[in-house]
Design a protein around this ligand. Structure first.
Ligand SMILES: Cc1cc2nc3c(=O)[nH]c(=O)nc-3n(C[C@H](O)[C@H](O)[C@H](O)COP(=O)(O)OP(=O)(O)OC[C@H]3O[C@@H](n4cnc5c(N)ncnc54)[C@H](O)[C@@H]3O)c2cc1C
Length: 294
């Protein structure tokens, strides 16, 4: 994609999130080798407190650690909770001087808790931010401008047809009798696409978007793309490109909103909201887990 120096010294790149995130993780782990970053999975931030001089946490292990930490420089106390042991096998830096552990049985699952001390906490925990809720920060704006279903599918023959016909693009806006939506061409060479299809509750239900219906919708989108405005049936569209038609990978729903946190900093400026935690600017995941994987 072309470079636009006025906007950024970096060229525009189209990289789908499931490819970007492994790169970011790899980079963070590289930083971890220098002791700069530590990556953990399976842990949830469940509490955040600001400790004043003389404040003590309720965890026994924590009190033993108290003498090693300075409340004036590390006043933020973050509680991490994991159902199983936190996966810190990839970390190279230990925060043992600023942490303590405890565990309790809840139901049949063992809850592991750990408290970390830090100077600042940057809360980048997404659109449904726990930290934002814990801080009591409200969102301002429109929470639901549009509900959408996101259909991830692969169709190598469609990608090849678009490339061969000189119609390679990142976004295809579809407007026909069978489908109104946008198809993102994530990787035409590999035939990887995501169709964004608006839906309208309560007139439409999420459950109505069965795999069969979603396959028919993306086939209708391809019909428009292939013949410049004429919608085609599922079978004719499939045979036009050859192959077996679209292969569905997953279907999710999401809500387009435009909300912003009433403030970004909390607890004397020690806790900072970032990313979607601070602004649900364009989109946020409505169902964190897919409706179904295919
Ligand atoms: C369907 C869809 C399409 C989009 N398309 C685009 C696009 O084309 N271009 C674009 O720029 N943006 C797009 N976005 C928006 C983009 O995905 C987000 O803006 C971006 O991911 C926000 O990054 P983030 O790091 O703030 O939050 P997230 O990516 O949501 O990351 C938050 C992380 O915090 C973790 N977490 C949550 N709660 C806790 C907790 N209590 N403790 C510990 N960890 C926690 C989560 O597991 C997650 O790993 C799209 C979003 C959606 C839903």
């Amino acid at each position: 994609m072309p470079r636009q120096d006025l906007v950024s010294p970096e060229p525009v790149a189209h990289l789908s999130q499931h490819r970007l995130l492994p790169l970011l993780l790899q980079h963070a782990r590289q930083l971890g080798k220098g002791g700069v970053a530590e990556v953990r999975f399976g842990c949830n931030v469940t509490d955040v407190k600001l400790l004043r001089d003389g404040t003590r946490s309720g965890t026994a292990g924590w009190q033993q650690q108290q003498q090693h930490t300075d409340t004036s420089t590390h006043p933020v106390c973050v509680t991490l909770t994991a159902s199983s042991t936190c996966d810190d096998s990839n970390s190279s830096s230990s925060s043992s001087s600023n942490s303590s552990n405890s565990s309790s049985m809840q139901g049949k699952k063992q809850q592991q808790q750990q408290q970390l001390r830090c100077a600042y906490l940057v809360a980048a925990d997404g659109a449904n931010s726990t930290v934002r809720s814990l801080m009591g920060v409200q969102l301002e704006g429109e929470s639901a401008l549009q509900h959408l279903v996101s259909v991830h599918f692969t169709w190598p023959e469609l990608g090849a047809a678009l490339l061969n016909s000189g119609r390679a693009a990142m976004l295809y806006f579809i407007f026909n009798a069978n489908l109104v939506g946008v198809v993102v061409g994530h990787d035409l060479a590999a035939g990887e696409f995501v169709a964004q299809v608006p839906f309208f509750p309560p007139l439409q239900r999420l459950e109505d978007f069965t795999p069969e219906r979603c396959a028919a919708l993306v086939t209708a989108a391809a019909g428009l793309t292939s013949d410049g405005g004429t919608t085609t049936s599922s079978s004719s569209s499939s045979s036009r490109f050859g192959g077996s038609g679209p292969q569905l990978r997953s279907v999710r729903s999401w809500v387009m909103g435009a909300e912003i946190a009433e403030r970004y900093d909390c607890l004397d400026g020690r806790v900072l909201l970032a990313g979607d935690a601070a602004h649900r600017r364009a989109a946020y995941a409505h169902t964190p887990a897919p409706i179904y994987h295919v």
